[in-house]
Design a protein around this ligand. Structure first.
Ligand code: APR
Length: 253
């Protein structure tokens, strides 16, 4: 593994446009279960509660589950060493962007500056009538469903629900970053959900990016796409990779 970490670190040091692409696995060591795999959220909760049409037809029932999954325990989660390692690599100039499928805001809390949240974030709620956004903390989630303080409309978490379009700006910026990437580090994602899962393929197809993957298990990327597979937990591997990449006093010019 040491050799592979060294090879990955060399690639990051020599890169001009390194991008990090993260999924739920990077937040597992912050206490947030992933969606799939043993103990995953979709084995406990029916994914229909994150389906847009079901939400509109059953707002109260959906909100009860969404509050439990995304607000009751996710809101208290803290970044783990993997998030901090990525923020340090960005600060030292070795990483340009983070594209995350996660909605937990942990990259920003760890200090990452340029984070494209492909599936939105739990930070805000949005009114489905007047489209006004509100900080989640400023809205009482009791009684449910929460109503818009401006117009009384139904409030919805500002996340991308299943069968909902990805916001145009974040989609364009993410794919543009992928097209230009010369190195892409995939952290903690099965690669099962479109269109997010196309991002690493875009990096490889458009720019023949070197793909480094960090995951305890193989994913849909490992065989067809991954060049360097660092098998293990993000909280262990990323700090080691960052340490190897950043020697003392070295910053990208
Ligand atoms: N470190 C790194 N990876 C880990 C760790 C860990 N400590 N623990 C688990 N993993 C890996 C799992 O092996 C799995 O490959 O994280 C991945 C989690 O996969 P998913 O739960 O499918 O998460 P993700 O790929 O982000 O899902 C994509 O699906 O439900 C939607 O919108 C949701 O953004 C999510 C999307």
């Amino acid at each position: 593994m040491k050799d592979k970490i060294r090879k990955a670190a060399t690639a990051l040091r020599e890169s001009k446009n390194a991008v990090i692409f993260t999924g739920a696995g990077i937040s597992v060591e912050s206490g947030i279960p992933s969606f799939r795999g043993t103990g995953g959220l979709w084995s406990k909760y029916d994914p229909r509660y994150l389906e847009l049409h079901y939400f509109y037809q059953h707002p109260e029932e959906s909100w009860k589950v969404l509050k439990e999954i995304f607000y009751d325990f996710m809101a208290g989660a803290e970044p783990n060493p993997a998030h901090y390692a990525i923020a340090l690599l960005e600060k030292k100039g070795f990483v340009k962007f983070v594209i995350t499928q996660n909605i937990d805001n942990l990259h920003q809390l760890a200090g990452s500056k340029t984070v494209y949240e492909f599936h939105g974030s739990i930070r805000n709620l949005i009114c489905t009538n007047c489209w006004q956004r509100f900080e989640s903390q400023s809205v009482k989630l009791d009684p449910l469903p929460p109503r818009c303080p401006q117009c009384g409309g139904l409030l919805k978490p500002d996340l991308v629900f299943f069968s909902e379009m990805i916001p145009e700006t974040v989609s364009r910026r993410s794919f543009e970053a992928a097209e230009k990437a010369d190195v892409m580090v995939l952290v903690g994602t099965t690669g099962e959900v479109m269109p997010a899962s196309l991002i690493p393929h875009t990096a490889k197809d458009r720019n023949n990016a070197l793909i480094i993957e960090i995951n305890p298990e193989e994913s849909l990327y490992t065989t067809p796409l991954t060049d360097i597979f660092l098998q293990g937990r993000a909280g262990e591997i990323l700090p080691e990779l960052a340490g190897e990449t950043i020697s003392d006093n070295s910053e990208k010019e």
